[in-house]
Design a protein around this ligand. Structure first.
Ligand code: CU
Length: 138
């Protein structure tokens, strides 16, 4: 009897765990769609048309997209499309970037292959503002 109660508790915990990220993803998709609108408003063209760089937007304590796969040698430009908040980028084994204030950006060229998790200095701890770049061979 005790065992089945325990099993039930475990299975409802599992349901909760799988349901939460789905909701979170929807919310992030919404935020990132808004971020892209802000980008196009500010720069007059979609971020996909940026010349020679891959754009990551920083908006409402998220990196958009949060995960990126790029070939080695790619320059990523993180653009702050927020109205008030400033952000930064901390890559593994690199000093923290300058603060990017609204409509400003920071750039980094990836010369090393592999997964590189990065953080926003002021917001990674409190808001989980964390991103990932996977750098592949050319
Ligand atoms: Cu931030």
């Amino acid at each position: 009897m005790k065992r089945s109660v325990h099993a039930l508790a475990l299975s409802s915990a599992a349901v909760l765990c799988t349901a939460f990220p789905v909701l979170a993803d929807d919310k992030i998709d919404e935020i990132c769609a808004e971020a892209e609108e802000r980008y196009a408003e500010i720069f007059g063209a979609p971020s996909s048309e940026a010349d020679g760089v891959t754009i990551v937007k920083m908006y409402k304590y998220n990196f958009c997209p949060g995960e990126l796969v790029v070939p080695v040698g790619t320059t990523v430009r993180w653009v702050n499309v927020d109205k008030r908040t400033s952000h930064s980028v901390i890559l593994p084994n690199e000093p923290e970037s300058d603060r990017a204030f609204p409509e400003e950006s920071v750039e980094f060229t990836f010369l090393t292959e592999g997964d590189q998790e990065y953080l926003c200095g002021p917001h990674w701890e409190t808001q989980k503002m964390i991103g990932m770049v996977t750098v592949t061979s050319k």
